[in-house]
Design a protein around this ligand. Structure first.
Ligand code: GAP
Length: 484
Protein backbone atom coordinates (compact mmCIF):
# COMPACT_ATOMS: atom_id res chain seq x y z
CA UNK A 1 0.00 0.00 0.00
CA UNK A 2 1.20 3.48 -0.73
CA UNK A 3 1.52 5.96 2.05
CA UNK A 4 0.25 9.14 3.50
CA UNK A 5 2.67 11.98 2.84
CA UNK A 6 1.31 13.77 -0.18
CA UNK A 7 3.03 15.90 -2.75
CA UNK A 8 1.05 18.50 -4.63
CA UNK A 9 0.53 18.06 -8.37
CA UNK A 10 0.22 21.75 -9.20
CA UNK A 11 3.95 22.50 -8.78
CA UNK A 12 5.03 20.15 -11.52
CA UNK A 13 6.67 22.64 -13.82
CA UNK A 14 8.62 24.23 -11.01
CA UNK A 15 10.37 21.32 -9.44
CA UNK A 16 12.95 22.51 -6.94
CA UNK A 17 14.35 21.60 -3.55
CA UNK A 18 15.99 18.41 -2.43
CA UNK A 19 15.98 15.64 -4.99
CA UNK A 20 14.52 13.16 -2.55
CA UNK A 21 11.59 15.40 -1.86
CA UNK A 22 8.70 13.23 -0.84
CA UNK A 23 9.33 10.28 1.38
CA UNK A 24 6.62 7.72 1.05
CA UNK A 25 5.75 6.32 4.46
CA UNK A 26 4.26 2.90 4.54
CA UNK A 27 0.91 2.50 6.25
CA UNK A 28 1.40 1.37 9.80
CA UNK A 29 -1.10 -0.55 11.89
CA UNK A 30 -3.49 1.57 13.96
CA UNK A 31 -2.85 1.68 17.69
CA UNK A 32 0.93 1.47 17.31
CA UNK A 33 2.60 1.63 20.75
CA UNK A 34 4.31 4.94 21.57
CA UNK A 35 7.87 3.57 21.64
CA UNK A 36 7.28 1.67 18.41
CA UNK A 37 6.10 4.92 16.82
CA UNK A 38 9.24 6.72 18.03
CA UNK A 39 11.34 3.93 16.58
CA UNK A 40 9.53 4.23 13.26
CA UNK A 41 10.12 7.98 13.20
CA UNK A 42 13.83 7.36 13.75
CA UNK A 43 13.75 4.76 11.00
CA UNK A 44 12.03 7.25 8.70
CA UNK A 45 14.69 9.87 9.46
CA UNK A 46 17.42 7.33 8.79
CA UNK A 47 15.88 6.29 5.52
CA UNK A 48 15.50 9.94 4.44
CA UNK A 49 19.15 10.57 5.32
CA UNK A 50 20.18 7.43 3.40
CA UNK A 51 18.18 8.40 0.31
CA UNK A 52 19.54 11.96 0.42
CA UNK A 53 23.13 10.65 0.65
CA UNK A 54 22.41 8.28 -2.25
CA UNK A 55 20.77 10.98 -4.40
CA UNK A 56 23.70 13.29 -3.72
CA UNK A 57 26.18 10.61 -4.84
CA UNK A 58 24.05 9.85 -7.90
CA UNK A 59 24.21 13.49 -8.94
CA UNK A 60 27.88 14.01 -8.02
CA UNK A 61 29.06 10.91 -9.87
CA UNK A 62 26.70 11.12 -12.83
CA UNK A 63 24.27 8.27 -12.19
CA UNK A 64 21.04 10.30 -12.15
CA UNK A 65 20.19 13.95 -12.85
CA UNK A 66 16.86 15.78 -12.68
CA UNK A 67 15.43 16.13 -16.14
CA UNK A 68 15.66 19.72 -17.47
CA UNK A 69 17.54 20.75 -14.32
CA UNK A 70 18.71 24.08 -15.78
CA UNK A 71 15.03 25.10 -15.99
CA UNK A 72 14.25 23.99 -12.44
CA UNK A 73 13.46 20.37 -13.30
CA UNK A 74 10.18 18.66 -14.19
CA UNK A 75 8.59 16.41 -11.63
CA UNK A 76 8.55 12.69 -12.40
CA UNK A 77 11.22 12.75 -15.13
CA UNK A 78 14.87 11.78 -14.72
CA UNK A 79 18.01 11.60 -16.83
CA UNK A 80 20.73 9.00 -16.46
CA UNK A 81 24.28 10.31 -16.70
CA UNK A 82 27.42 8.49 -17.90
CA UNK A 83 27.44 5.93 -15.07
CA UNK A 84 23.65 5.62 -14.82
CA UNK A 85 23.13 4.77 -18.46
CA UNK A 86 25.82 2.07 -18.29
CA UNK A 87 24.11 0.67 -15.19
CA UNK A 88 20.72 0.56 -16.93
CA UNK A 89 22.25 -0.93 -20.05
CA UNK A 90 23.79 -3.73 -17.97
CA UNK A 91 20.45 -4.47 -16.28
CA UNK A 92 18.71 -4.67 -19.66
CA UNK A 93 21.50 -6.82 -21.13
CA UNK A 94 21.32 -9.22 -18.18
CA UNK A 95 17.53 -9.48 -18.55
CA UNK A 96 17.60 -9.91 -22.34
CA UNK A 97 20.31 -12.51 -22.05
CA UNK A 98 18.42 -14.53 -19.46
CA UNK A 99 14.91 -14.15 -20.94
CA UNK A 100 15.64 -14.20 -24.70
CA UNK A 101 19.15 -15.17 -25.82
CA UNK A 102 19.69 -18.14 -23.54
CA UNK A 103 16.31 -19.67 -24.35
CA UNK A 104 14.91 -21.46 -27.39
CA UNK A 105 11.32 -20.55 -26.59
CA UNK A 106 11.36 -16.71 -26.39
CA UNK A 107 11.54 -14.19 -29.26
CA UNK A 108 12.26 -10.46 -29.08
CA UNK A 109 10.19 -7.48 -30.22
CA UNK A 110 10.85 -3.74 -30.48
CA UNK A 111 7.51 -2.04 -31.19
CA UNK A 112 6.55 1.59 -31.66
CA UNK A 113 5.59 3.66 -28.62
CA UNK A 114 2.56 5.22 -30.29
CA UNK A 115 0.12 2.63 -31.58
CA UNK A 116 -3.41 2.53 -32.91
CA UNK A 117 -5.66 4.02 -30.18
CA UNK A 118 -7.99 1.00 -30.43
CA UNK A 119 -5.26 -1.04 -28.72
CA UNK A 120 -5.91 0.92 -25.52
CA UNK A 121 -9.66 0.49 -25.85
CA UNK A 122 -9.21 -3.26 -26.22
CA UNK A 123 -6.81 -3.48 -23.29
CA UNK A 124 -9.16 -1.53 -21.01
CA UNK A 125 -6.73 1.35 -20.46
CA UNK A 126 -9.02 4.04 -21.95
CA UNK A 127 -11.86 2.98 -19.67
CA UNK A 128 -10.14 2.04 -16.45
CA UNK A 129 -6.46 3.01 -16.23
CA UNK A 130 -7.36 5.68 -13.70
CA UNK A 131 -6.56 6.96 -10.22
CA UNK A 132 -9.16 8.80 -8.09
CA UNK A 133 -8.13 12.43 -7.77
CA UNK A 134 -9.36 15.48 -5.85
CA UNK A 135 -8.63 19.20 -6.32
CA UNK A 136 -8.64 21.99 -3.75
CA UNK A 137 -11.02 24.68 -5.01
CA UNK A 138 -8.98 27.41 -3.28
CA UNK A 139 -5.31 26.64 -4.00
CA UNK A 140 -5.94 24.46 -7.11
CA UNK A 141 -3.65 21.76 -5.69
CA UNK A 142 -4.37 18.21 -6.86
CA UNK A 143 -3.90 14.96 -4.94
CA UNK A 144 -4.70 11.32 -5.14
CA UNK A 145 -7.90 10.76 -3.15
CA UNK A 146 -6.12 8.21 -0.92
CA UNK A 147 -3.22 10.59 -0.22
CA UNK A 148 -4.83 13.81 1.00
CA UNK A 149 -2.59 16.40 2.68
CA UNK A 150 -2.64 16.94 6.42
CA UNK A 151 -1.34 20.50 5.95
CA UNK A 152 -3.48 23.68 5.77
CA UNK A 153 -4.39 25.30 2.44
CA UNK A 154 -1.77 27.89 1.40
CA UNK A 155 -4.73 30.24 0.71
CA UNK A 156 -5.68 30.01 4.43
CA UNK A 157 -7.87 27.65 6.43
CA UNK A 158 -8.52 24.05 5.49
CA UNK A 159 -8.48 22.83 1.88
CA UNK A 160 -11.82 22.80 0.08
CA UNK A 161 -11.80 19.51 -1.76
CA UNK A 162 -13.87 18.59 -4.81
CA UNK A 163 -15.50 15.18 -5.06
CA UNK A 164 -13.03 12.47 -6.15
CA UNK A 165 -13.05 11.93 -9.91
CA UNK A 166 -11.31 9.54 -12.23
CA UNK A 167 -8.03 10.70 -13.70
CA UNK A 168 -6.71 8.69 -16.65
CA UNK A 169 -2.97 8.14 -16.36
CA UNK A 170 -2.27 7.88 -20.10
CA UNK A 171 -0.51 10.78 -21.82
CA UNK A 172 -2.52 11.91 -24.84
CA UNK A 173 -1.18 13.37 -28.05
CA UNK A 174 -2.33 13.92 -31.66
CA UNK A 175 -1.07 12.12 -34.74
CA UNK A 176 -0.84 14.36 -37.81
CA UNK A 177 -1.37 18.09 -38.16
CA UNK A 178 -4.94 18.38 -36.90
CA UNK A 179 -5.74 18.37 -33.20
CA UNK A 180 -9.14 16.68 -33.19
CA UNK A 181 -10.67 13.69 -31.45
CA UNK A 182 -10.12 11.39 -34.46
CA UNK A 183 -6.35 11.97 -34.32
CA UNK A 184 -5.91 11.29 -30.58
CA UNK A 185 -3.20 8.78 -29.73
CA UNK A 186 -1.52 7.74 -26.49
CA UNK A 187 2.05 7.30 -25.31
CA UNK A 188 2.00 3.64 -24.30
CA UNK A 189 1.52 3.11 -20.55
CA UNK A 190 3.02 -0.40 -20.82
CA UNK A 191 5.00 -2.31 -23.43
CA UNK A 192 2.87 -5.46 -23.11
CA UNK A 193 0.03 -4.53 -25.47
CA UNK A 194 2.29 -4.33 -28.53
CA UNK A 195 3.29 -7.93 -27.83
CA UNK A 196 -0.34 -9.05 -27.92
CA UNK A 197 -0.97 -7.01 -31.07
CA UNK A 198 2.04 -8.63 -32.83
CA UNK A 199 1.49 -12.11 -31.39
CA UNK A 200 0.29 -13.65 -34.67
CA UNK A 201 3.10 -12.12 -36.76
CA UNK A 202 5.82 -13.29 -34.39
CA UNK A 203 4.27 -16.74 -34.13
CA UNK A 204 4.28 -17.05 -37.92
CA UNK A 205 7.81 -15.80 -38.65
CA UNK A 206 9.50 -17.57 -35.77
CA UNK A 207 7.70 -20.87 -36.27
CA UNK A 208 7.47 -21.25 -32.52
CA UNK A 209 4.91 -23.53 -30.94
CA UNK A 210 3.06 -22.96 -27.72
CA UNK A 211 4.46 -22.72 -25.08
CA UNK A 212 6.59 -19.80 -26.22
CA UNK A 213 7.15 -16.18 -25.27
CA UNK A 214 7.68 -12.69 -26.72
CA UNK A 215 9.85 -10.22 -24.83
CA UNK A 216 10.22 -6.49 -25.13
CA UNK A 217 12.19 -3.74 -23.40
CA UNK A 218 11.10 -0.14 -23.86
CA UNK A 219 9.80 3.14 -22.55
CA UNK A 220 6.40 3.48 -20.92
CA UNK A 221 4.63 6.67 -19.82
CA UNK A 222 2.15 7.27 -17.03
CA UNK A 223 0.89 10.65 -15.89
CA UNK A 224 1.26 9.65 -12.22
CA UNK A 225 -0.55 12.03 -9.88
CA UNK A 226 2.20 11.81 -7.26
CA UNK A 227 5.58 10.83 -8.67
CA UNK A 228 7.64 10.06 -5.59
CA UNK A 229 10.55 8.40 -3.88
CA UNK A 230 13.23 9.64 -6.27
CA UNK A 231 12.94 7.58 -9.48
CA UNK A 232 10.68 4.92 -7.92
CA UNK A 233 7.43 6.27 -9.32
CA UNK A 234 8.19 8.29 -12.45
CA UNK A 235 6.11 9.52 -15.35
CA UNK A 236 8.49 8.15 -17.96
CA UNK A 237 10.23 4.84 -17.27
CA UNK A 238 11.39 1.64 -18.92
CA UNK A 239 9.80 -1.77 -18.67
CA UNK A 240 11.10 -5.26 -19.42
CA UNK A 241 8.11 -7.44 -20.17
CA UNK A 242 7.64 -11.03 -21.23
CA UNK A 243 4.35 -12.50 -22.41
CA UNK A 244 4.69 -16.26 -22.20
CA UNK A 245 1.89 -17.95 -24.14
CA UNK A 246 0.71 -21.29 -22.82
CA UNK A 247 -1.93 -23.95 -23.25
CA UNK A 248 -5.05 -23.28 -21.16
CA UNK A 249 -4.93 -25.30 -17.98
CA UNK A 250 -1.14 -25.11 -17.56
CA UNK A 251 -1.30 -21.64 -15.95
CA UNK A 252 -0.39 -22.61 -12.38
CA UNK A 253 2.73 -24.60 -13.28
CA UNK A 254 4.07 -21.95 -15.69
CA UNK A 255 3.33 -19.18 -13.20
CA UNK A 256 5.30 -21.00 -10.52
CA UNK A 257 8.11 -21.63 -13.02
CA UNK A 258 8.44 -17.94 -13.95
CA UNK A 259 8.36 -16.71 -10.35
CA UNK A 260 11.30 -19.02 -9.63
CA UNK A 261 13.17 -18.00 -12.81
CA UNK A 262 12.80 -14.34 -12.02
CA UNK A 263 13.89 -14.70 -8.39
CA UNK A 264 17.01 -16.57 -9.56
CA UNK A 265 17.74 -13.72 -11.98
CA UNK A 266 17.59 -11.12 -9.21
CA UNK A 267 20.09 -13.18 -7.19
CA UNK A 268 22.37 -13.38 -10.27
CA UNK A 269 22.68 -9.59 -10.45
CA UNK A 270 23.60 -9.13 -6.82
CA UNK A 271 20.44 -8.84 -4.72
CA UNK A 272 20.74 -10.36 -1.26
CA UNK A 273 17.96 -12.99 -1.15
CA UNK A 274 16.69 -11.71 2.20
CA UNK A 275 16.10 -8.21 0.74
CA UNK A 276 13.63 -9.64 -1.78
CA UNK A 277 10.14 -10.89 -1.01
CA UNK A 278 7.13 -12.35 -2.74
CA UNK A 279 3.77 -10.66 -2.31
CA UNK A 280 1.21 -13.29 -3.20
CA UNK A 281 -2.21 -11.91 -4.18
CA UNK A 282 -5.29 -13.48 -2.61
CA UNK A 283 -8.03 -14.79 -4.91
CA UNK A 284 -10.22 -11.77 -3.99
CA UNK A 285 -7.43 -9.32 -4.95
CA UNK A 286 -6.97 -10.64 -8.49
CA UNK A 287 -8.42 -9.11 -11.65
CA UNK A 288 -11.46 -11.12 -12.80
CA UNK A 289 -9.52 -12.79 -15.64
CA UNK A 290 -6.34 -13.60 -13.64
CA UNK A 291 -5.69 -16.84 -11.80
CA UNK A 292 -2.50 -15.87 -9.92
CA UNK A 293 -0.26 -12.88 -9.30
CA UNK A 294 2.95 -12.49 -7.33
CA UNK A 295 4.88 -9.24 -6.89
CA UNK A 296 8.61 -9.43 -6.33
CA UNK A 297 9.29 -6.70 -3.77
CA UNK A 298 12.50 -5.18 -2.43
CA UNK A 299 13.30 -3.65 0.96
CA UNK A 300 13.88 -0.06 -0.13
CA UNK A 301 14.92 2.32 2.68
CA UNK A 302 11.45 3.90 2.30
CA UNK A 303 9.58 0.61 2.58
CA UNK A 304 9.13 -2.75 0.90
CA UNK A 305 7.94 -2.01 -2.63
CA UNK A 306 7.31 -3.72 -5.97
CA UNK A 307 10.05 -4.32 -8.55
CA UNK A 308 8.12 -6.71 -10.76
CA UNK A 309 4.71 -8.31 -11.07
CA UNK A 310 4.22 -11.83 -12.39
CA UNK A 311 0.62 -12.48 -13.38
CA UNK A 312 -1.26 -15.40 -14.92
CA UNK A 313 -3.69 -13.39 -17.06
CA UNK A 314 -5.68 -16.17 -18.75
CA UNK A 315 -6.60 -15.30 -22.35
CA UNK A 316 -8.08 -11.89 -21.52
CA UNK A 317 -5.69 -9.78 -23.65
CA UNK A 318 -5.70 -11.92 -26.80
CA UNK A 319 -9.49 -12.33 -26.59
CA UNK A 320 -9.95 -8.57 -26.28
CA UNK A 321 -7.75 -7.92 -29.33
CA UNK A 322 -9.62 -10.58 -31.29
CA UNK A 323 -12.89 -8.84 -30.36
CA UNK A 324 -11.73 -5.27 -31.12
CA UNK A 325 -9.68 -5.99 -34.26
CA UNK A 326 -11.89 -8.69 -35.73
CA UNK A 327 -8.72 -10.76 -36.40
CA UNK A 328 -8.52 -14.31 -35.11
CA UNK A 329 -6.09 -14.84 -32.26
CA UNK A 330 -6.73 -18.59 -32.17
CA UNK A 331 -3.93 -21.09 -32.15
CA UNK A 332 -4.14 -24.47 -33.84
CA UNK A 333 -2.24 -27.18 -32.02
CA UNK A 334 -0.87 -29.50 -34.75
CA UNK A 335 -0.31 -32.38 -32.36
CA UNK A 336 -3.64 -32.49 -30.53
CA UNK A 337 -5.64 -30.87 -33.36
CA UNK A 338 -7.15 -28.49 -30.79
CA UNK A 339 -7.97 -24.83 -31.43
CA UNK A 340 -7.72 -22.36 -28.57
CA UNK A 341 -6.79 -18.82 -27.57
CA UNK A 342 -3.54 -19.11 -25.64
CA UNK A 343 -3.34 -18.15 -22.00
CA UNK A 344 -0.45 -16.00 -20.85
CA UNK A 345 1.94 -15.62 -17.93
CA UNK A 346 3.38 -12.13 -17.75
CA UNK A 347 6.56 -11.25 -15.80
CA UNK A 348 6.67 -7.43 -15.98
CA UNK A 349 9.62 -5.55 -14.46
CA UNK A 350 10.71 -1.91 -14.27
CA UNK A 351 14.28 -1.07 -15.30
CA UNK A 352 14.38 2.17 -13.31
CA UNK A 353 13.07 0.52 -10.15
CA UNK A 354 15.64 -2.25 -10.44
CA UNK A 355 18.35 0.38 -11.02
CA UNK A 356 17.22 2.28 -7.91
CA UNK A 357 17.11 -0.93 -5.87
CA UNK A 358 20.62 -1.87 -7.05
CA UNK A 359 21.88 1.61 -6.11
CA UNK A 360 20.35 1.19 -2.63
CA UNK A 361 21.75 -2.34 -2.37
CA UNK A 362 25.24 -1.21 -3.42
CA UNK A 363 25.65 1.99 -1.39
CA UNK A 364 27.87 1.69 1.66
CA UNK A 365 29.97 3.96 3.81
CA UNK A 366 32.86 2.71 5.90
CA UNK A 367 35.68 4.22 7.93
CA UNK A 368 39.16 3.50 6.61
CA UNK A 369 42.65 4.86 7.33
CA UNK A 370 44.33 6.88 4.59
CA UNK A 371 48.04 6.90 3.62
CA UNK A 372 48.74 9.52 6.33
CA UNK A 373 47.10 7.41 9.02
CA UNK A 374 43.97 9.61 9.17
CA UNK A 375 40.52 8.05 9.46
CA UNK A 376 38.29 8.87 6.51
CA UNK A 377 34.91 7.77 5.20
CA UNK A 378 35.05 5.54 2.15
CA UNK A 379 31.87 5.59 0.07
CA UNK A 380 31.77 2.45 -2.02
CA UNK A 381 29.15 1.17 -4.42
CA UNK A 382 29.33 -2.60 -4.07
CA UNK A 383 27.68 -3.49 -7.39
CA UNK A 384 27.82 -7.05 -8.60
CA UNK A 385 30.63 -7.06 -11.22
CA UNK A 386 28.12 -8.01 -13.98
CA UNK A 387 26.10 -4.86 -13.25
CA UNK A 388 28.88 -2.39 -12.41
CA UNK A 389 28.92 0.51 -14.93
CA UNK A 390 32.72 0.40 -15.28
CA UNK A 391 34.37 -2.98 -14.93
CA UNK A 392 37.99 -1.98 -14.63
CA UNK A 393 39.99 1.23 -14.19
CA UNK A 394 43.61 1.53 -15.28
CA UNK A 395 46.09 3.92 -13.66
CA UNK A 396 49.73 4.78 -14.30
CA UNK A 397 51.27 5.33 -10.87
CA UNK A 398 52.65 8.71 -12.01
CA UNK A 399 51.44 10.77 -14.95
CA UNK A 400 54.77 12.49 -15.55
CA UNK A 401 56.63 9.26 -16.39
CA UNK A 402 56.02 8.63 -20.12
CA UNK A 403 57.08 4.97 -19.89
CA UNK A 404 54.42 4.29 -17.20
CA UNK A 405 51.77 6.24 -19.13
CA UNK A 406 52.53 4.38 -22.39
CA UNK A 407 52.35 0.99 -20.70
CA UNK A 408 49.12 1.89 -18.83
CA UNK A 409 47.46 3.17 -22.03
CA UNK A 410 48.40 -0.11 -23.72
CA UNK A 411 46.81 -2.17 -20.93
CA UNK A 412 43.72 0.09 -21.02
CA UNK A 413 43.29 -0.16 -24.81
CA UNK A 414 43.48 -3.96 -24.62
CA UNK A 415 40.91 -4.21 -21.79
CA UNK A 416 38.40 -1.70 -23.25
CA UNK A 417 37.97 -3.93 -26.32
CA UNK A 418 36.20 -6.41 -24.06
CA UNK A 419 34.75 -4.43 -21.13
CA UNK A 420 33.76 -0.90 -20.21
CA UNK A 421 37.06 0.41 -18.87
CA UNK A 422 38.26 3.76 -17.55
CA UNK A 423 41.68 5.39 -17.72
CA UNK A 424 42.68 7.88 -15.01
CA UNK A 425 46.03 9.53 -14.44
CA UNK A 426 44.89 12.61 -12.48
CA UNK A 427 45.78 13.07 -8.78
CA UNK A 428 47.18 10.84 -6.05
CA UNK A 429 46.61 7.14 -6.57
CA UNK A 430 44.57 6.95 -3.31
CA UNK A 431 42.13 9.58 -4.61
CA UNK A 432 41.83 7.77 -7.91
CA UNK A 433 40.93 4.55 -6.06
CA UNK A 434 38.28 6.44 -4.02
CA UNK A 435 36.73 7.88 -7.19
CA UNK A 436 36.36 4.38 -8.63
CA UNK A 437 34.97 3.09 -5.31
CA UNK A 438 32.17 5.66 -5.64
CA UNK A 439 31.55 4.60 -9.23
CA UNK A 440 31.43 0.96 -8.06
CA UNK A 441 34.28 -0.22 -10.32
CA UNK A 442 35.17 -3.71 -9.10
CA UNK A 443 38.80 -3.74 -10.30
CA UNK A 444 41.66 -1.25 -10.41
CA UNK A 445 44.89 -1.94 -12.31
CA UNK A 446 47.98 0.10 -11.51
CA UNK A 447 51.05 0.21 -13.70
CA UNK A 448 54.15 1.01 -11.61
CA UNK A 449 57.93 0.78 -11.93
CA UNK A 450 57.91 -2.96 -11.21
CA UNK A 451 55.67 -3.39 -14.28
CA UNK A 452 58.53 -2.14 -16.46
CA UNK A 453 60.86 -4.77 -14.93
CA UNK A 454 58.73 -7.91 -14.68
CA UNK A 455 55.54 -7.26 -16.67
CA UNK A 456 53.25 -7.44 -13.63
CA UNK A 457 50.65 -4.89 -12.49
CA UNK A 458 48.77 -4.52 -9.21
CA UNK A 459 45.16 -5.66 -9.33
CA UNK A 460 43.05 -3.98 -6.62
CA UNK A 461 39.80 -5.49 -5.44
CA UNK A 462 37.17 -2.80 -4.70
CA UNK A 463 35.53 -4.60 -1.77
CA UNK A 464 38.55 -5.88 0.15
CA UNK A 465 40.95 -3.19 -1.15
CA UNK A 466 43.49 -6.03 -1.33
CA UNK A 467 46.14 -5.69 -4.05
CA UNK A 468 47.80 -8.62 -5.78
CA UNK A 469 50.44 -8.68 -8.51
CA UNK A 470 49.28 -10.19 -11.76
CA UNK A 471 51.11 -10.65 -15.06
CA UNK A 472 49.68 -8.36 -17.77
CA UNK A 473 49.26 -11.45 -19.93
CA UNK A 474 47.03 -13.07 -17.25
CA UNK A 475 44.96 -9.95 -16.50
CA UNK A 476 42.05 -10.48 -18.91
CA UNK A 477 41.66 -14.10 -17.78
CA UNK A 478 41.57 -13.05 -14.11
CA UNK A 479 38.95 -10.37 -14.78
CA UNK A 480 36.84 -12.69 -16.93
CA UNK A 481 36.45 -15.08 -13.96
CA UNK A 482 34.37 -12.40 -12.19
CA UNK A 483 32.89 -10.45 -15.07
CA UNK A 484 31.51 -13.14 -17.36
N1 GAP B 1 1.91 -5.02 -18.19
C1 GAP B 1 1.78 -5.06 -16.76
C2 GAP B 1 2.20 -3.83 -16.13
O1 GAP B 1 2.50 -2.83 -16.74
P1 GAP B 1 2.59 -2.79 -13.75
O2 GAP B 1 2.65 -3.47 -12.40
O3 GAP B 1 1.70 -1.63 -13.90
O4 GAP B 1 2.23 -3.96 -14.77
C3 GAP B 1 5.10 -3.33 -14.25
O5 GAP B 1 4.06 -2.36 -14.17
C4 GAP B 1 6.37 -2.75 -13.65
O6 GAP B 1 6.67 -1.50 -14.25
C5 GAP B 1 6.28 -2.47 -12.14
O7 GAP B 1 6.54 -3.62 -11.38
C6 GAP B 1 7.36 -1.43 -11.99
O8 GAP B 1 8.63 -2.04 -11.86
C7 GAP B 1 7.31 -0.67 -13.31
N2 GAP B 1 6.53 0.57 -13.13
C8 GAP B 1 5.21 0.73 -13.17
N3 GAP B 1 4.86 2.01 -12.97
C9 GAP B 1 6.00 2.69 -12.79
C10 GAP B 1 6.32 4.07 -12.53
N4 GAP B 1 5.38 5.00 -12.47
N5 GAP B 1 7.63 4.42 -12.39
C11 GAP B 1 8.60 3.49 -12.50
N6 GAP B 1 8.36 2.18 -12.73
C12 GAP B 1 7.09 1.78 -12.89
Amino acid sequence: MVGKKPTCFSNDWNFSGPVFQSLEILDRPAGLAQDARLMSEQTDKKSTAFMEALASLCKRRGFIFQSSEIYGGINGFWDYGPLGCELKRNIKEAWWNSVVRQRDDVEGLDASIIMHPKIWEASGHVESFTDPMVDCKKCKGRWRADQLPETKCPQGGPHEFTEARKFNLMFKTFVGPVEESSSVAYLRPETAQAIFAQYKNVLEVSRQKIPFGIAQIGKAFRNEINPRNYTFRSREFEQMELEFFIKPGTDAEWHEYWVKQRLDWYASIGFAPDHLHQLVYGKDELAHYASACVDITYDFPFGTQELEGIAARGNFDLSQHQKFSGKSMEYFDQETKEKYIAHVVEPSAGVDRIALALLCEAYSEETVTDEKGQAETRVVMRFHPRIAPIKVAVFPLLKNKPELVAKARGVFEALRKRWSAFYDEAGAIGRRYRRQDEAGTPFGVTVDFQTLEDGTVTLRDRDTMRQTRVKVADLAGRLAESLE
